[in-house]
Design a binder for this molecule. Sequence first.
Ligand SMILES: *Cc1c(COP(=O)(O)O)cnc(C)c1O
Length: 412
Amino acid sequence: MTQHGKTPFLDLVTPHLELEEELVAVFRAALKTAGFIGGPMLEGFEREFAQFCDSPHCVGVASGTDALRFALMAAGVGHGECVITVPNTFIATTEAISQAGAFPEFVDVDEATSNMDVQKLAAYLELECELHPQSKRLISKRSGHPVSAIVPVHLYGQMADMDVILELAQKYNLVVVEDACQAHGAEYFSRAENRWRKAGSMGHAAAFSFYPGKNLGACGEAGAVTTACEQLARKVRMLRDHGQAEKYYHDVEGYNGRLDAVQAGIMRVKLASLADWNEQRRAKAAYYAELFEARVGDAVILPFEAPQCKAVYHLYVIRTEDREQMKTDLAGANIGTGIHYPVPLHLQKAYRGLGYREGDFPVAEKLAAQILSLPMYPNLTSEQQIDVVERIAEHLKASGRSLVTKDAVPAA
Ligand SMILES: *Cc1c(COP(=O)(O)O)cnc(C)c1O
């Protein structure tokens, strides 16, 4: 039996200690040249991250939220339009839509993957929208606003069903901006193209966050837009820098949304490990699945990886009907967990004005009540994983659930 050490939900200390010399060297180089904004560190990171995503262009910005907002604006999403997304995401997705001047509208998610339900998207476009006879624009019957874009969220590190989303977008002439903030390096097998595609390479543009806890994290705030469209990339470059392409000549009003050179340099160092880290996350996910199968059976629902997806497990999210008690028990055993996210956006106070009600998105609501994110990071040890699953097994047994009890724990 393992002793119960501490298993934090996230460990951001170890990976930085391992790279300490290289990371400190970035800061020293910046001090020596005073290259804090723009310059070779930024350009190097943009080039390398674009390559990593199989995308022609990458533009570094100050956060994932900026990336989403600038991508939508640069893609032409305008005032008074509506943008379709999912209710079970971080609020930054819809903040960016609102701050671009548009309104979010939601479609429910698929229960197995937690990602946008593409059948519901098709039904929404077909039945809840109509083509305006004069302008030929697609109008949402719900709000009366023209629909201009779809923002699929690659939640927990697994890509949404992009083939279908892109096909619908083409049919209705909509822009697609991927929210890839949790999906650096995730892959999707496109049936349409008969090849694997990376997150950030499929939509008209994609947004990444490098918030410290993401699969690729800065030592501070950072984000990026990827796109195959040179003009869109140029617009994002202007938006991040006060609307200027040339200093003090402002074509439009923009923002202060640049990516720090030091953060770019730090991420360049970390990017070299990202593919390995993602593989390690996938291995931990597989081991969790083995452990759960041996010790817990089907008393909890495990993450489902769709056959066309290679997920990068930004989060490892299980489902259980007594989530609150399980979370408390795990906390008592020094095991950190999270809930991503406890209240779907359509039921948040901030969005009362949108007029949605409980029951509007039953799948997202059901998931919100059941989900629990377990510790998941590249340096999570198998002892820690065994401890997590044992604790969950004990919790379920104590609460009278019948378990599969094989004695042996699978070796890592
Ligand atoms: C983290 C995240 C964002 C926002 O990124 P920031 O860098 O924190 O602004 C947006 N969408 C999703 C799904 C995220 O997980």
